[in-house]
Design a protein around this ligand. Structure first.
Ligand SMILES: [Zn+2]
Length: 168
C-alpha cells in the first residue's frame, strides 16, 4: 500500500448523476481509496484537495453513500475549484470556528442535505435499469470503456431502505 492509495474510476452512472446535479463535469476528480494520506488528518474518513478525493476505506463504500459523495464533491467542485478553499483558509476557519462550524463544512453539509434525495432517486432509477447481477443492460461498450476494476459496476444493493426513511 502506498501513502497515496489506489486511484478508482467513478462509475459512469454515478458520474452522470453528479454531473447533472452540479451542472459541471466531475470526471477530472480523482478518487483514491485506502489512502494513508487520509490518516494524516486525524479521524477523518475522507479528505479532499484540488481535483482529488482521498478515502480512508473503499471506493465502493463511498459510491454507496450519496450524501457523502455530494458533500465531498462540493468541497472539490464548489470550493477547491473556485479557490475559496485552500489549506490555509481551511485551517484558519478551523481555528476560528472548529471543524463542525467552519464555513466550508457548513456549506458542504447544506449542499448535501439539499440534494441527497434527488441523487438517491437518480441512482435508484439507474439501478432499476441494471440487471440483477449488476450488469448494465444497454450500451455495454460505452459503459465499460472507462471501468478498470471488477468491483465498480453499479451496486445492485444501492437503493437500500426502499420506502423507509433509512439513512446511511
Ligand atoms: Zn467536509
Amino acid at each position: 500500500m502506498t501513502l497515496v492509495g489506489r486511484v478508482v474510476q467513478l462509475p459512469e452512472a454515478v458520474g452522470q448523476a453528479l454531473e447533472h446535479l452540479f451542472g459541471r463535469r466531475v470526471d477530472h476528480v480523482r478518487i483514491i481509496e485506502h489512502s494513508l494520506f487520509v490518516r494524516l488528518h486525524g479521524r477523518a474518513v475522507v479528505t479532499t484537495r484540488r481535483r482529488c478525493i482521498y478515502l480512508r476505506s473503499s471506493a465502493a463504500d463511498f459510491f454507496d453513500n450519496p450524501w457523502l459523495m455530494l458533500h465531498e464533491y462540493w468541497h472539490v467542485i464548489g470550493q477547491w475549484e473556485s479557490r475559496t478553499l485552500t489549506v490555509r483558509n481551511y485551517l484558519a476557519e478551523c481555528v476560528r470556528r472548529g471543524y463542525w462550524n467552519n464555513r466550508f463544512e457548513v456549506e458542504a453539509r447544506a449542499f448535501a442535505d439539499a440534494h441527497v434525495h434527488q441523487l438517491r432517486a437518480m441512482l435508484s432509477r439507474q439501478a432499476a435499469a441494471v440487471g440483477p447481477a449488476g450488469v448494465l443492460n444497454s450500451a455495454p461498450a460505452a459503459s465499460t470503456a472507462a471501468g478498470t476494476g471488477p468491483a465498480l459496476a453499479v451496486n445492485p444493493t444501492a437503493p437500500r431502505g426502499g420506502t423507509g426513511g433509512q439513512r446511511s
